[in-house]
Design a protein around this ligand. Structure first.
Ligand code: PLP
Length: 396
């Protein structure tokens, strides 16, 4: 397909075609993996900038597979540019370290992936003098109240891991911009199929490519999507000088996985809603947190900004003790006990009562709960697997 026209095509078409092309050397209609670390130098290399990202020089500076994936992810997220890095956490730390300096202030969601909490509230705060405020961003007014003259960045995660808290991207982007601050949104739980933060006004969207975009649980990667003026800084500092480069093989795997993102997300969205509705009928379930349920506290905002569905992750609690949670998991056959999410297969993780951040979560999460990444298997098989485990513990 001619690459000129790809930009104007639909989401599924871009998922298939963007970043792919005919290989110039062999004529293959899939671009190959280039695993070389180094590239041939020109006759006189003495005036080359060894820290430049622009040309093929050294794989830490960039390479063709990274470039192809960047094109695809930027296109799917509706962003001007994209940097892909070694993991989702590399993308998050890459953004924070490149943008923030000592004396700057950051506001971030009370519900985020644990590494965000560690990076902002411990590392950048204690070692590098960055001021931090944690707020419940499900109410944008809490963000407005926390703004200081030196607020440089607001970072939110929506839906948030692990409570599925929803924050209003557009409202918080307006607050950020009225106050000369930037907004970054961790979009990992939604994926660009369901939600595109940059189109809603955010300055940056962050993805753990490890999750839905790759989708097969066999590669790690991360992406930052936004304006080129900022991403050039991140590319120079976090990729080239800090060395958070993704391997060409992982970039190629993620490129391959991303082709079916829309198809997989349709199934994740559909299955998770079915499972959430089923769990609501189970007597021994104490609560179900899923933004697709009408009784989710921010269902209306989720509906407004998650235009294709609510994703595959939900959390739920049992009216049971610690040991029952572990026994329940041991009965499961289709669903695997493992961290991560957004894989093809269903994954469940028991998050116990001793999480140090529990004070930041709603009360129902304080006695332990499951985070459940609903996979793309047949929904009937997932539900039957849960049902037989509930039965064994008399929880039905
Ligand atoms: C919301 C969210 N962001 C970022 C990450 C980190 O991604 P990675 O494991 O690719 O570093 C995770 C991992 O679980 C996550 O859930």
């Amino acid at each position: 397909m001619s690459e000129k026209n790809v930009k104007d095509l639909g989401f599924q078409t871009r998922a298939v075609h963007t970043g792919n092309g005919v290989d110039g050397e062999t004529g293959a209609i899939k671009r190959p993996i280039t695993m070389a670390n180094s590239y041939e130098l020109p006759y006189d290399p003495s005036d080359l900038n060894w820290s430049s990202a622009g040309k093929n020089l050294y794989t830490r500076n960039g390479g063709s597979n990274q470039q192809y994936l960047q094109e695809k992810v930027a296109s799917l997220e509706g962003g001007e540019d994209c940097v892909v890095l070694a993991s989702g956490v590399a993308a998050l730390s890459g953004l924070f370290f490149a943008l923030l300096k000592s004396g700057d202030h950051v506001i971030f969601s009370s519900v985020t992936y644990i590494a965000v909490y560690r990076l902002l509230n411990e590392l950048l705060n204690n070692k590098f003098g960055v001021e931090t405020t944690i707020v419940d961003t499900s109410d944008p007014e809490n963000v407005r109240k926390a703004i200081r003259p030196n607020t440089k960045l607001i970072h939110i995660e929506t839906p948030g891991n692990p409570t599925l808290t929803i924050s209003d991207i557009k409202a918080i982007a307006d607050i950020a911009h009225e106050n000369n601050a930037l907004l970054s949104v961790d979009n990992t739980f939604a994926s660009p199929y369901n939600q595109r933060p940059v189109e809603l006004g955010a300055d940056f969207s962050i993805e753990s490519l490890t999750k839905y975009i790759n989708g097969h649980g066999d590669a790690m990667g991360g992406a930052i999507i936004g304006k080129k003026e900022y991403l050039d800084i991140i590319r120079a500092q976090s990729q080239i000088n800090l060395g958070a480069t993704i391997s060409p093989f992982n970039a190629w795997l993620i490129m391959r996985g991303a082709v079916t993102l829309p198809l997989r997300m349709k199934q994740h969205n559909e299955n998770a809603l079915k499972v959430a509705k089923y769990l609501k009928t189970v007597k021994g379930v104490s609560f179900v947190a899923y933004p697709g349920l009408k009784d989710h506290p921010n269902h209306d905002i989720a509906k407004k900004q998650m235009t294709n569905g609510f994703g595959g992750v939900l959390s739920f609690g049992l009216k049971a003790d610690h040991d029952t949670y572990n026994r329940f998991v041991s009965y499961l056959n289709v669903i695997t006990s493992a961290v991560s999410l957004g894989h093809d297969e269903s994954l469940i993780v028991f998050l116990g009562e001793n999480d140090e951040r529990q004070y930041l979560y709603p009360e129902e999460f304080h006695n332990g709960f499951f985070r459940f990444s609903v996979g793309i298997e047949d929904a009937e098989d997932i539900i039957a697997d849960l049902e037989q485990a509930f039965k064994k513990e008399n929880l039905l």
